[in-house]
Design a protein around this ligand. Structure first.
Ligand code: ACO
Length: 379
């Protein structure tokens, strides 16, 4: 009997090593993030999102020719089957964009020419299409909801520029484009984050790439993960002004609530990504009537550190950056997903290369040896 119940669960799998990866490393003690061995401080602001994608997928930084080829392929793939445009168009107007995105990505498996094929070459083709299509779905959904029309990608623009163009319905200026490009670079991969684990678990059964990305999207949307960036802006709006921060934060902490955009399972010091996003939030012009949000953010940051000794994570300043770019808050997590799809795709390919079914075990705490009572004799 004792043998059946053996083993203590590790709550939240904290510290459990569940995969081997050469994609990214989160050094939580020193506040460092590496993509394929490159410190994020070497890359941020110096490479485009396409270069980061190539690095994650192919293992090395691309030549100018290689990145141009990837850029052109991704732009060409920024379109959807008509049925998926229709699905987006017919989604209830108030549906959470992340739910529409998750549903649309699942639907794309019905139309993908490589569906059912899990070879390395097929996965790479699917990965390129999915990355481009995630961006297209998010941008098209916003355009359909706000203007009823969708915009096509332009071969003259890169990935970041095309996303902003298709999403906002106007060409971004250079500051907006470059900030958004780096935001995408910063979100592309992050070790075995919950959503990445979900994607790897999914393909460990030999289910396909679309299933894995759907699982990643479902997982990312939770407020303890990528859904936090949206909750951050709601908190800033609710607080309203810097003079109200202290009462709000103390009230939340006293009632046992978490402050959204703070804390991290791995980082015990500052998240390196938040340094860049804080700077971008300060550099971008504030939107009219929203000038106070940055001041409120700064005040929250210093107060939460004072009270709890914890730092902002990637979601905290990503909220004010996206807000300044004119992205409505209900799309914040979708933007995270646009970038993280690159990481999920890389992890899926890595998992397939050396797969073994991921199937942990549980500690059984139920009963034994109960006597069966037939239906007619119960109650
Ligand atoms: N606000 C207040 N206290 C916090 C916060 C927070 N945001 N985060 C952690 N703490 C405190 C906890 O209360 C706990 O304190 P205690 O030891 O005094 O009880 C301690 O720090 C450890 O917290 P856990 O919840 O055990 O940490 P865990 O590793 O399980 O959770 C998580 C990490 C989910 C990110 C957590 O910090 C959190 O809920 N943050 C808010 C949501 C958020 O911002 N999520 C985005 C994460 S980044 C990303 O996914 C991209």
């Amino acid at each position: 009997m004792d043998g059946k119940k053996r083993g203590q669960p590790i709550r939240g799998l904290e510290g459990v090593v569940a995969a081997e990866t050469s994609l990214s490393f989160v050094d939580g003690d020193n506040g460092k993030l590496y993509y394929r061995g490159y410190d994020i401080d070497e890359l941020a602001g110096r490479i485009s999102f396409e270069e980061a994608v190539y690095l994650l997928w192919m293992g090395a930084l691309p030549t100018a020719e290689q990145v141009e080829e990837l850029r052109s392929e991704l732009t060409a793939d920024m379109r959807l089957p008509q049925q998926v445009y229709e699905l987006i168009r017919h989604a209830p107007p108030n549906a959470d964009p992340m739910v529409v995105l998750r549903t649309a990505i699942s639907a794309l498996d019905l139309f993908d020419p490589d569906t059912g094929r899990n070879t390395e070459a097929a996965n790479l083709r699917k990965g390129k299409r999915l990355l481009a299509q995630v961006a297209t779905i998010v941008a098209s959904l916003h355009q359909i909801r706000s203007h009823g029309v969708v915009r096509s990608a332009d071969q003259g623009l890169g990935f970041a520029g095309n996303f902003l163009y298709m999403f906002l319905g106007r060409l971004p200026d250079e500051l907006e484009r470059s900030v958004f490009d780096t935001l995408l670079v910063l979100h592309a991969d992050h070790g075995l984050a919950a959503s990445t684990f979900a994607a790897r678990v999914t393909v460990s059964t030999l289910a396909g790439m679309h299933s894995a990305i759907t699982a990643g999207l479902a997982n990312l949307n939770g407020p303890l993960h990528g859904g936090a960036n949206r909750k951050v802006i709601e908190m800033l709006e609710e607080i309203g002004g810097p003079e109200r921060v202290e009462a709000y934060i103390d009230g939340m902490l006293a009632s046992g609530h978490k402050i959204m955009g703070f804390g991290h399972r791995v980082y015990k010091t500052e998240d390196p990504r938040s340094r860049y996003l804080r700077r971008f939030a300060e550099e971008l012009p504030r939107r009219e009537g929203r000038e106070h949000l940055l001041e409120v953010s700064h005040r929250i940051e210093s107060l939460v550190f004072e009270r709890k000794g914890i730092y902002p994570n990637v979601d905290f300043y990503s909220a004010t950056v996206q807000e300044a770019l004119g992205i409505p808050k209900e799309y914040f997590t979708c933007v995270f997903a646009v970038s993280r799809t690159a990481g999920w795709v890389a992890h899926v390919m890595e998992q397939f290369r050396d797969n073994r079914l991921i199937r942990p075990t549980s500690k059984y705490v139920g009963g034994f040896d109960k006597s069966f009572v037939p239906l007619g004799q119960r109650g």
